[in-house]
Ligand binder design. Structure first.
Ligand code: G3P
Length: 217
């Protein structure tokens, strides 16, 4: 399973990339606004840090605008993935951009039928929003399972990129449900590595090693 970081904060991406823990990056207009940086410069910088896919979202909401913006974003770097909203215009733009050889990520997916249409449109990635479904009392993980089943039955190659991930349990759930990837806030990725028993165990090993009075090097 691939792990993407869901942020436009360059320092966080550099840090996680140095650990060798991330396969790609996703951004959205909200994350770009939070970063405070210029959209195209931020995307260019991120694409220079990671080798994997970097999702950059169009701002237009109608077909021709999405096409123009998508083509423009794709020119920034080879690893740009054009992120499009799951609307009829977004699906049309997805099909057209894929036909021109671009990679796409169809976002704001909340139902299995939406995911089916994104796959029909040739999307490279579909982004089902787990956390936002949980927010309205619908189990987001059920959606991941349904999409996995539909894609496997139909033989669709679109990758399931679990999004709106808020907790380590969301990551585990998405992995168990068969997501190809999850895009995760930086703080959640770091918290996945932590356990109090790991910390306590390590402190005891450090202490006991000191008492042993030995050295490895
Ligand atoms: O990738 C989409 C994601 O950033 C949305 O997350 O927490 O705003 O629902 P959230």
């Amino acid at each position: 399973m691939k792990l993407f970081v869901d942020t436009a904060i360059v320092e966080d991406i550099e840090e996680l990339n140095d650990y060798g823990l991330i396969d790609g990056v996703t951004t959205n207009p909200t994350l770009i606004a939070k970063s405070g940086g210029d959209f195209k410069s931020v995307i260019k910088t991120i694409c220079g840090i990671v080798d994997g896919p970097v999702s950059a979202e169009v701002a237009a909401t109608e077909f021709s605008g999405m096409m123009a913006e998508g083509e423009h974003l794709a020119k920034i770097a080879e690893n740009v993935v054009i992120k499009l909203p799951l609307t009829l215009d977004g699906l049309k733009a997805c099909r057209a951009l894929v036909s021109k050889g671009h990679k796409t990520n169809v976002t704001l997916c909340f139902t299995a039928n939406q995911a089916l249409l994104a796959a029909k449109a040739g999307a490279s990635f579909i982004s089902p929003f787990v956390g936002r479904l949980d927010d309205i009392n619908i189990d987001g993980m059920d959606l991941i399972q349904d999409i996995r089943q539909i894609y496997d039955i139909a033989g669709f190659e679109t990758q399931i990129l679990a999004a709106s991930i808020r907790t380590p349990n969301h990551v585990k759930g998405a992995a168990l449900a068969g997501a190809d990837a999850a895009t995760i806030p930086a703080a959640v990725i770091k918290s996945m590595a932590r356990h109090t028993l790991t910390d306590a165990g390590l402190a005891a090993f450090v202490q006991d090693w000191k008492s042993a009075g030995q050295s490895i090097l």
